[in-house]
Design a protein around this ligand. Structure first.
Ligand code: MEV
Length: 340
């Protein structure tokens, strides 16, 4: 039996604008997704957190991978990913089955195995639950079948898996879950992926869960894409400029400007339509005490990332609004083998 894990992530800045080629600063979080794999008689999947299981034949999974790929290409052509998302939603264990089928196709796996998935990352909450699995599944299967992949190869498979789940993701989420630490990520040919050495303390950040988003990452990204291009691009470019400035701030340890940039990014994300009332309320309250607070990831609810030098004051402010500040380790190791 092989067990592999990958961490979740939080966006310090740059979500959504990263889809349009602007940079993002993304940090891994100390909550992980775990995948255990062992050889078996047929392909068996058990998703511990939702207590769902399924048994599939190899040919069925190969066919599913081909169907998904074809559908993705059609959706890309028509710029409408709804048919792909519907298929995944309506299929039993759709997303997980897609991850496994795609991994088998990419790694040319033709032998059966059983796979158990469990995660500390709440599903669809902006903490990279799907990206962490899209990295941990190919890692576990490559270890099981002794086809050990490099981190870059795992990341490439993970990006293909993420594309099936989210249409046209930037690739930032799977990259941080793969490499860990903190990353400067810019989509391109090739992507720019640089580790950031945040040698200041990451201890004054807290994460705050607002609510389960009603829309998926793919749907939220599509909503932003369907905004008036002039209105959207103005905000996307501004988010890009703030992200470049954030990098300088981090290097200088200028926390005052870092907090301002977090707040400015939140206000632009709200203008792009991906915030909700709860996020706006927490953002306003944290800003009033001179802290920084923004949504993290696709938005529509999910987690926020907040910062203040006075952690106690930050926590009190968030608790007063009825939310729970979570101190989570940041900048943790990327995908890894737990047990062999
Ligand atoms: C989602 O975690 C981050 C987005 O920027 C989408 C992406 O980067 O693919 C909203």
């Amino acid at each position: 039996m092989v067990t592999c894990s990958a961490p979740g992530k939080t966006h310090l800045i740059g979500e959504h604008s990263v889809v349009y080629g602007e940079p993002a600063i993304i940090i891994s979080v100390g909550k992980r997704a775990y995948v255990s794999a062992e050889k078996a008689e047929s392909v068996k999947i058990y998703a511990h957190d939702i207590n769902e299981s399924g048994v599939f034949s190899i040919s069925e999974l190969k066919e599913f991978a081909e169907t998904l790929q074809q559908l993705w290409a059609n959706c890309f052509e028509t710029k409408n990913f709804v048919p792909l998302y519907s298929l995944l939603k309506n299929e039993h264990l759709g997303h997980i089955k897609a991850m496994i089928a795609k991994t088998m196709a990419e790694l040319d796996i033709n032998a059966p195995f059983s796979l158990k998935i469990s995660s500390e990352l709440p599903i669809g909450s902006g903490l990279g639950s799907s990206a962490a699995l899209s990295v941990a599944v190919p890692k576990a299967l490559s270890e099981l079948f002794k086809n050990t992949l490099t981190l870059d190869e795992i990341n490439q498979v993970a990006y293909k898996i993420e594309s099936l789940a989210h249409g046209t993701p930037s690739g930032g989420d799977n990259s941080i879950c793969c490499y860990g630490g903190a990353l400067w990520f810019k989509k391109g040919t090739p992507n720019i992926i640089e580790p950031l050495h945040l040698d200041f303390t990451l201890k004054n950040f807290v994460l705050v869960f607002t609510r389960i988003p009603q829309l998926t990452t793919g749907e939220l990204v599509s909503n932003v894409r369907s905004l008036d291009p002039e209105y959207r691009d103005l905000r996307v470019n501004q988010l890009g400029m703030y992200t470049y400035e954030m990098r300088e701030c981090l290097a200088k340890q200028d926390f005052t400007r870092m907090k301002e940039l977090m707040n400015l990014a939140q206000e632009l994300l709200a203008e792009l339509g991906v915030s909700i009332d709860a996020i706006d309320r927490i953002h306003t309250a944290v800003k009033e005490i001179n802290g920084g607070a923004k949504l993290s990831g696709a938005g529509g609810g999910g987690y926020m990332v907040c910062y203040h030098e006075d952690l106690q004051l930050l926590e009190q402010t968030i608790k007063k609004l009825g939310y729970v500040p979570e101190q989570v380790e940041l900048g943790v190791e990327g995908v890894r083998t737990e047990r062999k």
